[in-house]
Ligand binder design. Structure first.
Ligand code: FAD
Length: 308
């Protein structure tokens, strides 16, 4: 299992595979399970349908590590167009962005300027922008950018990863800003001196950090995000919150489109809020490889599509 995970995460970084595999129909068909389509309209149609079932959503435009200012500007324009459509269609749908898509590799100033444009536009229509957390070389930069934005804007949230040893300390450093956090386990391949190699430790740390996040409470109407599909962890968090008198309106479960959809419905029926993250765009290959790595059994699904 660990070897399969490493191989899939290696594949997610391979440019050759990124260019070759998406050409195959069976791969494109298999991806459909995790994303409704490549265009913003297809993503928003799915968001509208989910809204009808009682699910708010988050929209993310796939892409990472852009290499020019022009590319970063076109990503900003994508998000602004998505925001206009979300507002027109009155869907409860946040945005989620990657800083390497907004130019952090080129300069932090450029990235802050680009993110500020999106956050301000979202603020004007009372919407929220989440910042994804990427691989470890970007953690310090992402925290810096979040702090700079958060000082002036209440409608920005940050993703933290429980597989990193540093995350508890990072959160302590942010508490003064009354942050809203989306806690996830972490999706990248990280060395053992930076991230817990054992899944049990990742889960244990998830619970510890989740408890701290619940203690921060909501801010400006935005809830803390419990970003996981792990039912045991969810149950532990629900129990902890109930024992401490922390209301269901303090947090929301955030889950990925197409993953454990039956459980998403069950949580909703039990009175929890579940926000579904929908991805769109043509640059889906690395993202899709990370989804396969999270559950190598998904590879069987791809193989089945090949023979279907
Ligand atoms: C809303 C949201 C935002 C995220 N943002 C980020 C981010 O910014 N940075 C980052 O590093 N990571 C991000 N992730 C990914 C995250 O780090 C994990 O890789 C992913 O959520 C899988 O971990 P898990 O908590 O579901 O637990 P796991 O222990 O991996 O999974 C628990 C169970 O859920 C099911 N499951 C999990 N993943 C899949 C899958 N892909 N396909 C089918 N079943 C699955 C399986 O049944 C599995 O046994 C995000 C995840 C979510 C839900």
């Amino acid at each position: 299992m660990a070897m399969m995970r490493s191989a899939l995460l290696w594949a997610s970084r391979s440019q050759k595979l990124r260019e070759a595999l998406p050409r195959y129909t069976f791969v494109r068909k298999a991806v459909k399970r995790f994303m409704p389509g490549e265009t913003v309209d297809e993503a928003l149609d799915a968001a509208a349908a989910l809204r009808g079932d009682g699910f708010p959503t988050i929209l993310t435009f796939l892409g990472e590590n852009i290499s020019s200012e022009v590319e970063a500007t076109s990503v900003v324009e994508q998000y602004l167009a998505a925001l206009r459509k979300i507002t027109e269609r009155t869907i409860d749908c946040h945005l989620s962005v990657k800083l390497t898509q907004l130019g952090i590799d080129l300069s932090e100033e450029l990235c802050v300027a680009n993110l500020t444009t999106i956050v301000r536009s979202a603020e004007a229509v009372k919407n929220v922008v989440w910042i994804d957390m990427e691989a470890t070389p970007y953690v310090d930069g992402t925290l810096n950018v979040f702090c700079r934005l958060r000082q002036h804007h209440a409608n920005v949230g940050l993703c933290l990863q429980s597989y990193l040893y540093r995350t508890g300390k990072d959160l302590e450093g942010l508490v003064g800003l009354a942050p809203v956090i989306r806690l996830v386990k972490g999706a990248y391949s990280e060395p053992a001196d930076l991230a817990f190699p054992d899944k049990r430790d990742v889960d244990k740390n998830y619970l510890t950090v989740a408890r701290s996040i619940l203690g921060i409470g909501t801010h400006n109407g935005v809830r803390q995000g419990i970003g996981t599909h792990d039912l045991l962890l969810m149950r532990d968090i629900q129990t902890y919150a109930a024992e401490k008198g922390i209301g269901k309106d303090t947090y929301e479960f955030q889950m990925l489109y197409g993953i454990r959809a039956d459980e998403q419905k069950r949580l909703l029926r039990e009175g929890f809020r579940v926000r579904v993250l929908i991805s769109y765009g043509t640059f889906w290959f690395p993202w899709y490889m990370r989804r396969l790595a999270e559950r190598p059994a998904n590879v069987l699904f791809v193989l089945k599509s090949l023979f279907a």
